[in-house]
Design a protein around this ligand. Sequence first.
Ligand SMILES: Nc1ncnc2c1ncn2[C@@H]1O[C@H](COP(=O)(O)OP(=O)(O)OP(=O)(O)O)[C@@H](O)[C@H]1O
Length: 298
Amino acid sequence: MIEVNGLVKRFDGFAALDGAALSVPAGSVYGLVGPNGAGKSTLIRHLTGIFRQDAGTVRIGGEDVWENAALKARIAAIPDDWYYFLQSSIRDMMRFYRGFYPAFSMERYEKLKEVFQLDEKRPIRRLSKGMQKQAAFWLALCCMPDYLILDEPVDGLDPVMRRQVWSLVLADVAQRGTTVLVSSHNLRELEDVCDHVGIMDHGRVLLERSLAQLQDNMVKLQVVFPDGMTEVPSDLPVLHASQIGRIHTFIMRMSAQEAEDRLAAYSPLLVDAVPLTLEEIFIYELGGADYAVKDIVL
Ligand SMILES: Nc1ncnc2c1ncn2[C@@H]1O[C@H](COP(=O)(O)OP(=O)(O)OP(=O)(O)O)[C@@H](O)[C@H]1O
């Protein structure tokens, strides 16, 4: 279990983390999402023991992370800027990892050589960006970690390799009970691999739920009202409404059943609940359809 409470981190007085809290159940895959600058990488750097918090607690498996070498030997991380020694090859880095991680598996290293097919003797800096990401996965998985912390992990990987690394990670979750925290902007992909999601903004986790709960908490409905009713009923707590012909599409923060019950009062000709994507939940939880555009324009 990963537990963060009241986490505060300031840089020159600016609170990059402002009381962030999250809870990742053991053996789950937790997606940490949020707009640029929300504080995801800063929070992750506390989980990997790089940053020391100004306030709050950062615990993994019940232990404080900061300066806890024994605990860190059970955590593998792929940061957004993976570090390797300047002249080193994958083989050199493997020796370094093997020295640090007592559970490092040479057997797995040899097996994964066939999956990644990288030249392990070539200097890493001469590998492409995607190949470097592959190398980071290769080594992280060989550490046999109990906790895997991934910051934008599949950025730069081709689609086939993305599927490959997710299948390796999920096999570890299923077989070894590995707990995974992953930050990503690729919500479509997270939807396939995560069972829990936390949405961050302005240094706080605004909401965290299992994916199923999250999808149950908001609903998208397509509705056709009877003849003569053209206006959206004003008492419906609609987050977003659009209309094509006679079909109204509503997004409301409530369960599908509750929404259907409320709409029944208007005797609709059709009510159809459509599952929300994680991207839609993300956009509407963060304040409406304008959000995504604002984020790009500002
Ligand atoms: N070392 C640092 N010094 C000063 N400010 C920092 C530092 N690291 C992060 N910040 C600031 O903290 C805030 C959160 O940054 P962080 O990198 O954690 O965001 P993020 O959610 O990972 O964003 P992105 O999705 O763009 O990667 C930003 O405003 C950033 O400028």
